[in-house]
Design a protein around this ligand. Structure first.
Ligand code: FAD
Ligand code: DHB
Length: 393
């Protein structure tokens, strides 16, 4: 007999792992197929900021033990422009919402450990080649594991395999619409063994380009610089990176950027991308497989978590009642939040970065918008609500 599961999950990143956790807890059986090995997945440097609702779901699914001990709670961010700085106080502006600094690598480690301990099967090194039969009631996942070609039949397949995954291809051309914007700049991200030079994140607009000061722990800083697309990390010796960061964060007044050994560096292109709908037949897409945001504003991981919360609820409802009603609403429910996050991430990106094709006029519009956020509680609250995150609908 062919191996079979209720929900076949392609991809063991944050979306796939959290979905598996939520399904397992509501008694829905599933299998996760992840192409990479465990160590690779656990060390891939990515997101750092968790919204309130992401933390809430990790807590309610029993996956927040270490997070609650080790994560840093942040009640605001700093915006810098024209050599001055302005703090946004999230709880005051949002009625109590805040964010957590806890790296994606740690979320993934915690979810993998739980799944191996008492969860659904999780297969590393399982390269999914294709998903077939989206329009039948028995979709099939074809994958290669330990040099052997295998199949898994499913009641449903969920593609949590990121932007470059294969599940999206199971949908016939024309049945799905995509929206896309590519940005004319990238981020150069570093990790440095030096205590953060700030208590909260700093987003800096400067004529030299955007810079972001984030952190991973009280000992490790995470910093990003806007650079042209195609930038080679070899052209940036450590000294040049620190000098450029210094210039972009500079304010009138006392503040010093501490320097330390750089332990990781990478250039990341930026893109907005949405797939509509996020379901076709018995194949559903979640997280980066369905949508991408540019990183400014830290929405990607949080959107992935929000998708799978909606999806897990829909599968639990199907199991309890036999009704597909919530699964049918899945795409529309998620897309409302997705488009809000797309707009916010685009807004943060285009307000804070220097577009090489833009004029001084555009730069003045940016600083005028930042002045407005500093002057108006309404404008500040709009940013804070989006940043700290909306309730999961
Ligand atoms: P992924 O993390 O991409 O996981 C997909 C998984 O599928 C991977 O493990 C991959 O190996 C696997 N896979 C792919 N193809 C196959 C296949 N054929 N067969 C089997 N498995 C497959 N978001 C935030 O919310 N906050 C932040 O602060 C933030 N900062 C970021 C900073 C950077 C530098 C970057 C790059 C991203 C950042 N993001 C942030 C975005 C966030 O990292 C992503 O949105 C998040 O990883 C999406 O999770 P996912 O599980 O949907 O996809
Ligand atoms: C981080 C990434 C982001 O995109 C962001 O807006 C804030 C923080 C980070 O990696 O720490």
């Amino acid at each position: 007999m062919q191996p079979h599961t209720t929900v076949g999950i392609v991809g063991g990143g944050p979306a796939g792992l959290l979905l598996a956790r939520l399904l397992h807890r509501s008694g829905v059986d599933c299998v996760v197929l992840e192409s990479r090995e465990r160590a690779y997945v656990e060390h891939r440097q990515r997101a750092g900021i968790l919204e309130q609702s992401t933390v809430d779901v990790l807590r309610s699914s029993g996956a927040a033990g270490r997070l609650d001990r080790e994560a840093m709670v942040h009640d605001g961010i700093e915006l810098r422009w024209n050599r001055h700085t302005h703090r946004l106080d999230f709880p005051a502006l949002t009625g109590g919402r805040r964010v957590w600094v806890y790296a994606q690598t740690e979320v993934v480690k915690d979810l993998i450990a739980l799944q191996i301990e008492d969860g659904a099967p999780l297969v590393f090194g399982a390269q999914v080649r294709a998903v077939e039969g989206a329009d039948t009631d028995r979709p099939v996942i074809h994958y290669t594991h330990e040099d052997r070609d295998k199949t898994l039949t499913c009641d449903y397949v969920v593609g949590c395999d990121g932007f470059h995954g294969v599940t999206r291809r199971a949908v016939p051309r024309g049945a799905i619409r995509t929206y896309e914007r590519v940005y004319p700049y990238s981020w150069f991200g570093i990790l440095a063994d030096v205590p953060p030079s700030c208590d909260e994140l700093i987003y800096a607009h400067s004529p030299r380009g955007f810079a972001l000061h984030s952190m991973r722990s009280p000992e490790v800083s995470r910093l990003y610089l806007q650079v042209p697309n195609g930038t080679d990390t070899d052209d940036w010796p450590d000294e040049r990176i620190w000098d450029e960061l210094d210039a972009r964060f500079a304010i009138d007044g006392d503040w010093k950027l501490e320097r330390g050994p750089i332990t990781a560096r990478a250039v990341l292109p930026m893109r907005s991308f949405v797939t509509e709908p996020m379901r076709w037949g018995r194949v559903l897409l979640a997280g980066d497989a369905a949508h991408i945001v540019p990183p400014t504003g830290a929405k990607g991981l949080n959107l992935a978590a929000a998708d799978v919360v909606v999806l897990a609820r829909a599968f639990a409802h199907l199991r309890a009642t036999g009704s597909e009603e919530l699964l049918e609403a899945y795409s529309a429910t998620c897309l409302r939040r997705v488009w809000r996050a797309e707009h916010f991430s685009w807004f943060m990106t285009t307000t804070l970065h220097t577009d090489p094709a833009h004029s001084d006029f555009d730069a003045r519009l940016q600083t005028s918008q930042l002045d407005r956020i500093a002057a108006s509680r309404h404008a500040a609250a709009e940013l804070a609500e989006n940043y700290a995150g909306l309730e999961i609908g």
